[in-house]
Write a protein that binds this ligand. Structure first.
Ligand code: FPP
Length: 254
């Protein structure tokens, strides 16, 4: 069932997911406030989109705010939401120029009104762009996505017989359609900056086969060379999806 992914081993990843960690530590090291670190981090978001586009990546998803991030000090949460609400609409002209379409992943209904408004405006203004998708993951949690998928599956049947038949034939492919991934390609490469080696509830379903790449670099200091190195590392790997190297070579040759 993963046949369609096989030729991606040596080509540019189509979907790169990024856990942008280290804003706080970077700011502290500079004697700045954590919020200043997030501001600098937002600038890197801008940069990474153009680096990804230049490299031929089709989708970039960015972990901007997790379901667990609500536990941060109220002031920091407000600052992140304000950054989102103020900066996003300003990016529309540049998104137009670069052909960037904005998508979101996560339950954005809990976000403050101004943030929701900015997201709606930017999504609508960029809906027809087709060079690269930027998927902002907001109030997103991978476990929550799977639980919601189970609920959506259970609620989608008229009667018990229909449900039992669907349950019988349920597999990885059919279940994916109950997740929040309609427009989202499988994650090929998942990058985490900031030195930790965790997935932190990001893209759990797709993490099953994503290639993982961890770097010590803190997000505000992330450079195009760092990003290119992650892509190069990915392109050197062989993605086997449970098969043997020999099977992969044969499939490529045929
Ligand atoms: C992790 O750094 C970063 C975040 C929790 C938020 C990511 C946000 C941005 C990159 C800014 C752009 C903002 C939006 C909303 C689009 P951290 O604070 O956990 O850093 P630390 O581990 O050093 O404390």
């Amino acid at each position: 069932m993963h046949e369609s992914h096989i030729d991606q081993g040596s080509s540019v990843p189509q979907h790169v997911a990024i856990i942008m960690d280290g804003n706080g530590r970077w700011a502290e090291a500079q004697g700045m406030s954590r919020v200043e670190g997030h501001k600098k981090g937002a600038k890197r978001v801008r940069d990474v989109i153009s680096w990804a586009s230049e490299a031929g990546v089709k989708q970039v998803s960015l972990y901007a705010f997790s379901t667990e991030n609500w536990k941060r000090p109220k002031l920091e949460v407000t600052a992140l939401m304000t950054l989102l609400a103020t900066l996003l609409p300003l990016e529309i002209p540049s998104m137009r120029k670069q052909g960037v379409r904005l998508l979101t992943l996560g339950d954005i209904s809990r976000l403050p009104w101004a943030a929701r408004k900015a997201l709606k405006k930017t999504k609508e203004a960029t809906a027809h762009h087709d060079v690269i998708d930027v998927i902002l993951c907001l109030n997103y949690g991978g476990q929550q996505e799977i639980i919601e998928g189970v609920k959506a599956f259970c609620n989608s049947f008229q009667n018990e017989i229909e449900k039992e038949n669907a349950l019988e034939s349920l597999n990885e492919e059919s279940f994916r359609s109950y997740l929040w991934r309609d427009d989202i390609l499988p994650v090929d490469l998942l990058i985490r900056t900031g030195g930790e080696r965790r997935i932190s509830n990001f893209h759990l379903w797709d993490a099953a086969y994503a290639e993982l790449y961890f770097t010590e670099q803190l997000w505000p200091a992330y450079t195009q060379e760092d990003f290119q190195e992650a892509l190069n590392d990915y392109m050197r790997r062989e993605r086997r999806f449970g098969k043997t190297s020999e099977q992969i070579r044969e499939a490529k040759a045929s």
